[in-house]
Write a protein that binds this ligand. Structure first.
Ligand SMILES: Cc1ncc(COP(=O)(O)O)c(C=O)c1O
Length: 484
């Protein structure tokens, strides 16, 4: 057997052959994905048991590594890109997205500053502005790309905290003995990234208050107003309100116009978590989503949830981005001293992260490949499928719709049976379908009741796939109901 080189890189001709092999592997995987189980049904530890525990001493051939991917890794995965994967918000894999990811691999830059990679910095700026234009945000909003919305919200709330107590950056929370406890408000449907941010920022998990939501799972503004008043009377300092456009369970959209008014009156930071819903604002018929956004202080949009960009890619917009920079910029470390050109953006100044990959490249490839037209057509198809599914559910009186259908999300419930067992039954339907490997759904709790949930968004999912999934749900409900 040929000895593997221990110095330098793979010889160019061999690398070219491997790349061609990989290109075929990727094309075959994408073409045949439907023949795979959507999810494995193994016990925890199955992958660990199939892989050697000791690290390799000698280098191995790429063919051998790729064959282990086929034998061990691929069967051990939940295939989010499978057309029958209907969990969470659906998924964003597309061929241009795969090309964009591949393209960024050989470039492998570190865009800490403008100087360390001008193109990565400037393409990021361009892509952020394209999304701003598509969504219809005013020019005063500019942004930064992070990996996830959870990280973005932490940064947004760090700015809110600094503006509420403009000495914390230097002296910390203990820097003034009379500093009141901050409060953050979000609806009972909002994502718990708010609590994580509060933990990281020293605000404390219990200072995130959950505001009850109305019948359509939107924050009750009148209750928020009362909670803020009670907190002020008790000596707390209301710091931020988080509105959600596309909540995690039902994709409900909080009424931002009223919240923005209240935040202005109360002088608190308004953050909009549009991780999922923000992308839909590209559609003229969804422009209502952004009403009131121009008054927000910060907005998160996750193109990796609804704009066909692969994980991870999340944009935090801040009205007057300089407010974010002021909180995180430091004198550059000595090693970067000549690298920071102050007239341009150095994205390391806009967050805790120093090293930054060229995430914007994949978004740029996808947005150019699809164009606004391609994106809107695909989003509309996902809304159409969600509504078709809702019609099927409504036409079967053993099921009911559990929340207004919003964007690509449908929450529903099997209701034909003994009420005391119905929550368990709904949960079992989802578990049984997922264990079958033929489709993948999620379940959630709404007002303490278990409901099934389907998220559409995968470009490979067609009406026929959805019909198949609906058939499976009905059959599984019948089977489990008979067994009870
Ligand atoms: C509404 C909402 N916000 C934030 C998040 C967190 O997103 P990320 O995984 O990008 O941190 C989620 C995740 O599903 C979400 O649904």
């Amino acid at each position: 057997m040929k000895k593997r080189p221990t110095l330098g890189d793979t010889p160019p001709e061999e690398f070219r052959r491997q790349l061609h092999e990989l290109a075929d592997w990727i094309a075959d995987f994408r073409q045949d994905i439907e023949s795979l189980r959507v999810a494995p049904n193994d016990k925890p530890g199955a992958i660990l048991a199939a892989l050697p525990a000791e690290p390799p001493e000698q280098g191995e051939a790429f063919d051998k590594i790729l064959s282990d991917v086929d034998q061990v890794i691929v069967p051990g995965m939940v295939h989010w890109s499978h057309p029958m994967f209907l969990g969470y918000f659906g998924w964003t894999t597309t061929a241009p997205g795969i090309l964009g990811e591949i393209l960024s691999a050989p470039l492998n830059v570190n865009a800490m500053t403008w100087r360390t990679c001008p193109a990565a910095t400037e393409v990021e700026t361009v892509v952020i502005d394209w999304i701003r234009q598509w969504v219809g945000l005013p020019r005063g909003f500019d942004g930064v790309v992070y990996d996830t919305a959870s990280v973005g919200i932490m940064h947004a709330l760090a700015v809110a905290r600094e503006e509420a107590a403009p000495f914390v950056r230097e002296r910390g929370l203990a820097g003034r003995a009379d500093l009141p406890r901050f409060r953050i408000y979000a609806s009972d449907q909002a994502h718990n990234a708010a609590e994580k941010a509060a933990i990281a920022l020293g605000i404390g998990e219990e200072n995130v208050l959950r505001v009850p939501s109305d019948d359509e799972f939107r924050m009750e503004i009148s209750l928020l107003r009362k909670m803020i008043a009670v907190d002020r009377q008790s000596g707390f300092k209301p710091m931020a309100v988080i509105a959600t456009a596309g909540t995690t369970s039902t994709a409900s959209v909080d009424a931002v116009v009223g919240l923005a008014r209240l935040c202005r009156e109360e002088k608190v930071w308004l953050h909009i978590d549009a991780a999922y819903g923000g992308g839909f604002a590209i559609l003229p018929e969804y422009k209502w989503i952004i009403e009131g956004w121009s008054d927000a202080d910060s907005i998160i949009i996750n193109p990796h949830k609804s704009l066909f960009v692969p994980l991870d890619f999340s944009v935090l917009y801040v009205r007057e981005l300089e407010r974010l920079r002021r909180v995180f910029t430091l004198a550059p470390p000595d090693v970067l001293r000549r690298d920071t050109v102050q007239t341009t953006k150095n994205y390391m100044d806009y967050g805790v992260q120093l090293g930054r990959r060229f995430r914007a490249l994949k978004a740029w490839v996808i947005f150019r490949s699809f164009g606004r037209e391609g994106i809107t057509t695909r989003l509309r198809e996902c809304v159409r499928l969600a509504n078709i599914l809702a019609d099927w559910i409504k036409s079967d009186n053993r099921f009911e719709i559990a929340a207004p259908v919003s964007m690509g999300v449908v929450c529903f419930r099997f209701v034909d049976g003994d009420d005391s067992k119905i929550d368990h039954l709904n949960s079992e339907i989802v578990e049984k379908i997922n264990a079958s490997g033929r489709a993948y759904l999620t379940q959630t709790k709404l007002r303490d009741r278990t409901v099934m949930r389907i998220g559409l968004g995968n470009v490979l999912t067609t009406e026929e796939h959805l019909r198949r999934a609906w058939g499976m749900i009905r059959e599984t409900a019948n089977e489990l109901n008979r067994e009870k």
